[in-house]
Design a protein around this ligand. Structure first.
Ligand code: NAP
Length: 488
């Protein structure tokens, strides 16, 4: 391939998206890139998250890069630390370490008219022709505003910033929140704690799944020796994922069947009618990000666990008081209260063309053309950005597809075809309208409150299937962009 110029690229974030972007650039012959990572190691959410019980509820065979299949996952649903190790191994295997700056937080990024100047917290700056923002969705822990939080004299932890030095065995622990995280944390803490009190504001449907099922050693050996079989298994998994996308995006008997299974999971495991009533959500299964567990209801039935569905009034020096006036004495409070999922790229000060800030552009919530391009921000692309398919399509694959799309633009820049590429307002608005229309029949739109929904009430997900996503990102669509040349 002949190149007339070599693009300089800054990738922000070394999680799944950043790694996918870096390897895609490299595989296309672009090596002048740096990955700026705020954390002390790669892995993104899998680096930051290490609470007890952390397990991925997406099968391991699908929770990996197509270009780096791992034959020997320990479990069908991999534990968190193993996923973090996998991502670190991929970084080593593809020689990304020399490109990586850890403990380096990007605080500013400004479009200069011809490219970007990216500033970090240690005072360094990087000049780039392109910026790829791979900053993650589940990054900023959400701390609820509960009265008395500062009064508590015991230990307070957020699951997304767990402190491994704080003991949990033999202690009285409150867990607040019942998303995927709260359910996993309660299941893991209960066997060793003296008492676990689970504060549940709105119950979730919890589908039974064998989360601790081992991957048989002989299968690992066979997949290692027969990479073609491993690839075939990955493709088979993709077909399974396709069925799941169909279930969540289109009403059908298949959706109803899965929903029935969710109801059955509760009925079969909780026989006490009072407890079952407390655990029954008032919305359709699958509306929120579905929780999977094979151990949560068992943990709840244990004598040292109590479910509290009465609202929290305040935190006191020694525990939590609920609105019925009851005081729950605890030594430790675990906030499994999720993330500020729509603060994507912030608090970074991102300034685009003509001084426009990302906060102004996204005043009504994050939005981007085909998940990746934002009007006013030339030569900047997001991977797993706004409207990404976090609820429906395997994420590594979505990141790879976006990374290939972005690389196609960079390739064209390298031949001198343009200096700055910027999506048009019209194209971004058209995409937004298509998304809103397609979200109508999705299960996410059946009347529940979840982290998928922005403060402005928009559902921040991709309502299309994998093929549609692949098609929309298969090649740059020139009609949707301004291609500018500068006179530098
Ligand atoms: P989440 O799904 O947003 O759940 C947050 C929980 O905290 C909800 O139950 C919420 O109750 C509760 N909460 C928030 N503020 C509260 C307050 N002031 N008082 C009482 N309860 C409060 O967060 P998450 O469990 O961390 O999960 C986030 C996402 O991370 C998941 O959906 C999933 O995508 C990902 N995740 C994946 C895995 C995996 O296995 N792959 C594991 C963990 C997390 P309301 O519902 O009433 O708001």
């Amino acid at each position: 391939m002949t190149m007339s110029r070599i693009p300089r690229v800054v990738i922000i974030g070394a999680g799944i998206s950043g790694i996918a972007a870096a390897i895609t650039l490299q595989r296309n012959g672009f090596h002048d890139f740096v990955i700026l990572e705020k954390g002390s190691d790669v892995g993104g959410v899998w680096h930051w998250n290490h609470y007890p019980g952390l397990t991925c509820d997406v099968p391991s065979q699908l929770y990996q890069f197509g270009f780096a299949p791992k034959p020997d996952w320990s479990q069908v649903f991999a534990p968190g630390p193993e996923i973090q190790r996998y991502l670190a191994d991929v970084v080593d295997q593809f020689g990304l370490r020399p490109h990586l700056r850890v403990d380096t937080e990007v605080v500013t990024a400004e479009f200069t008219g011809t490219g970007w100047r990216v500033g970090t917290d240690d005072g360094d700056s990087y000049d780039a022709d392109f910026v790829i923002a791979a900053t993650g969705v589940l990054h900023h822990p959400a701390w609820p505003d509960i009265a008395g939080l500062d009064e508590f004299t015991g230990d307070i932890l957020h699951t997304a910033r767990w402190d491994d030095t704080i003991p949990t065995a033999g202690r009285r622990i409150a867990v607040i929140g019942t998303g995927s995280t709260g359910v996993q944390a309660v299941s893991a803490l209960q066997p060793h704690a003296r008492q676990v009190t689970h504060f549940v504001r709105s119950p979730q449907w919890v589908i039974w799944a064998p989360m601790r099922l081992s991957q048989p050693a002989f299968l690992s050996t066979v997949l290692d020796r027969l990479p073609a079989l491993n690839r075939a298994l990955y493709q088979a998994g993709m077909l399974g994922a396709k069925a799941f996308t169909d279930v969540v995006t289109r009403p059908s008997w298949r959706r109803r069947l899965v929903q029935q299974y969710a109801r059955l999971s509760l009925r079969a495991q909780i026989s006490d009618p009072r407890l079952r009533a407390e655990l029954t959500p008032d919305y359709e299964p699958l509306c929120k990000r579905q929780v999977l567990s094979g151990s949560y209801y068992r943990a709840l039935r244990a004598p040292n666990t109590e479910l509290v569905t009465t609202g929290i009034d305040a935190i006191t020096a020694t525990g939590i008081r609920t609105i019925d006036g009851r005081h729950h004495d605890v030594e430790m409070i675990v906030f499994a209260t999720g993330f500020r999922a729509h603060d994507y790229m912030r608090p970074m000060k991102l300034t685009g063309r003509d001084g426009i800030s990302i906060d102004e552009t996204w005043a009504e919530g994050p939005h981007a053309y085909r998940m990746t391009a934002i009007p006013g921000f030339p030569n900047l692309f997001t991977v797993l950005g706004p409207n990404s398919p976090t609820g429906s399509i395997p994420l590594h694959h979505a990141a790879e597809v976006s990374a290939r799309y972005i690389t196609a633009w960079i390739q064209r820049w390298s031949t001198g075809e343009f200096d700055a590429v910027e999506v048009t307002d019209t194209a971004a608005e058209r995409f937004g309208t298509e998304v809103v229309q397609a979200l109508g029949p999705t299960v996410w739109n059946t009347g529940c409150n979840s982290w998928y929904i922005t403060e402005n009430g928009k559902i921040d997900l991709l309502p299309f299937d994998r093929r549609t996503m692949e098609t929309m990102l298969s090649h740059p669509d020139d009609d949707d962009f301004h291609l500018n040349r500068s006179s530098r």
